[in-house]
Every structure is written in structure tokens, then in C-alpha cells.
Design a protein around this ligand. Structure first.
Ligand code: SF4
Length: 177
């Protein structure tokens, strides 16, 4: 039987969720009996496949680039998984939402600059007015909460999905406690 195509995508997150995926340790080998990782920060492939079976999204949707990428990934993915609290709720990146993007840019690039204060408008992706969790931008099939989600929860979800089962949502939530 051919293996499923697994992708992982890194939006506005700290990479901790990807580290937790790696923390599944030797269970990765079990997963790799069922999937090929065909696009991910963990592998050196630059093109998203024509159709992925499962895609894990780490991070929130914070910029125009995030939004464009996420919409493309959604069109080319059968089962989309929001991985971790930044993807599920907005979490840390969404702390800027009460202020809006402009005061945050001014604080970072003007107030705190030690030399040549200026906002690099032409070299940065445009910040969205509000940071979004993934489900506010596209349809999400599975949410895995946690900051980061424990490796046990990630393994449970992926192992269920590769067996064409729905991960147990209550179990996923309990792993983080
Ligand atoms: Fe990092 Fe936590 Fe966000 Fe994952 S959920 S990207 S670990 S801050």
C-alpha cells in the first residue's frame, strides 16, 4: 500500500510545536511506516505537493503571506490539522490584537531602536489588522491544543489519521493536562 503524504507548515509560531513532533522520538519510525513527509521545515523540499493527505499547521495567521500560504495549503490538503495553541486560538501572536499592528511596529522598530529607527515596510510581509487562529481563515478538520501539544497527543492524532480514524478530541485535550 502506498504511503500517505504528510506535510507540516510553519506560520506565526516559535517552532515549539515542530519540536514536540520530533519529541515523539522512536514513534516517528512507526509513523514513517505509513507516511512520507513531503513538505516541511524538517525536510528540504520547497514545493507544496499537488495534494497532501495530512497537513499540520503550526502558528497563527498573522501576515498577508501567512494567509495566502494557508489558503493554498487548504486547497491542496485532504485533512488539515491545527497544531498547537497558536494555530488553535491565536495564543501568543494574538496578544497584539488589542493594540493593532501599527503600535507594535512602532514599538519594535522606532521606540526600541538603538540606531537608525525606521519601520522596514518594503522588506516585511504586511501584518494583518488582527491575528487569526487557523479556523478563522480556512476550514480545519482536527485541532490539537497545547503550547506545545505534548508528543503523546501529536502521535495519537497522527496515528489515528493514518488509520483513517478520527482522533479522540477529549483524549487530545487530556494529554495537555
Ligand atoms: Fe510555540 Fe506554543 Fe505557539 Fe506552538 S503553540 S508555536 S509551542 S508558542
Amino acid at each position: 500500500m502506498s504511503k500517505l503524504k504528510l506535510c507540516t507548515v510553519w506560520l506565526d509560531g516559535c517552532s515549539g510545536c515542530h519540536m514536540s513532533l520530533l519529541d515523539t522520538d522512536e514513534r516517528l519510525l512507526t509513523l514513517l511506516e505509513h507516511v512520507d513527509i513531503v513538505y516541511s521545515p524538517l525536510v528540504d523540499v520547497k514545493e507544496f505537493p499537488a495534494m497532501a493527505d495530512i497537513t499540520l499547521i503550526e502558528g497563527s495567521v498573522s501576515t498577508d503571506e501567512d494567509l495566502e500560504k494557508l489558503r493554498k495549503v487548504r486547497r491542496h490538503t485532504r485533512t488539515l490539522v491545527a497544531l498547537g495553541d497558536c494555530a488553535v486560538t491565536g495564543n501568543v501572536p494574538a496578544m497584539r490584537n488589542p493594540f493593532g499592528p501599527e503600535p507594535c511596529l512602532e514599538r519594535a522598530y522606532l521606540d526600541l531602536a538603538e540606531t537608525h529607527p525606521q519601520v522596514p515596510r518594503e522588506t516585511l510581509p504586511v501584518l494583518l489588522p488582527k491575528v487569526l487562529p487557523v479556523h478563522e481563515a480556512v476550514h480545519v478538520d482536527v485541532h490539537i491544543p497545547g503550547c506545545p501539544p505534548p508528543a503523546d497527543a501529536i502521535f495519537h492524532a497522527l496515528y489515528e489519521l493514518v488509520q483513517k480514524k478520527r482522533p479522540n478530541v477529549k483524549k487530545l485535550t487530556r494529554f495537555g493536562r
